[in-house]
Ligand binder design. Structure first.
Ligand SMILES: [Zn+2]
Length: 150
């Protein structure tokens, strides 16, 4: 079981984004409501929730399932949510060299629910933004607003 849950150890999440298409599309692409689960490296308990991703292409787009696969690879190792968020954003940035990328994870941590403060249902949101927004005309706030629009 742990072999499966930790199967992302030593695998580069960006290597999953291997289906890349040349495209003229320069407007934002958003993926929303992507489920994920990982394991907290401090407590060896699961944390799980949903991810949102948005990027502004710079001549390259990815197969959308590949972005979800990159999230899976980065999740299947001992993690902290903050680092996981950054690793997914970095993977998209390296694979696609987009003008901008934003990733947001919202998760419940079993180490907050089962022990310690015992607050089931509380959720943690983390955000990572990468890119050169100046050249694309879009800015960081616009990308984040797009990511959070439901
Ligand atoms: Zn924990």
């Amino acid at each position: 079981m742990y072999g499966e849950l930790l199967s992302g150890i030593g695998v580069d999440p960006a290597s999953e984004i291997d289906t890349v298409f040349e495209a003229d599309h320069r407007d934002p692409v958003v993926l929303d409501n992507i489920p994920f689960h990982s394991i907290c490296e401090h407590h060896l308990l699961p944390f799980f929730g949903t991810a949102r991703m948005a990027y502004i292409p710079n001549g390259k787009i990815a197969g959308v399932s590949k972005l979800a696969r990159a999230l899976d690879i980065a999740s299947r190792r001992l993690q902290v949510q903050e680092r996981l968020t950054g690793q997914v954003a970095d993977a998209i940035a390296r694979a696609l060299d987009p003008d901008g990328v934003a990733v947001e994870l919202e998760a419940e941590h079993m180490c907050m629910a089962m022990r310690g403060v015992q607050k089931p249902g509380s959720r943690v949101t983390t955000t990572a933004v990468r890119g050169r927004f100046e050249s694309s005309g879009a800015n960081r706030e616009q990308l984040l607003a797009l990511l959070r629009r439901r």
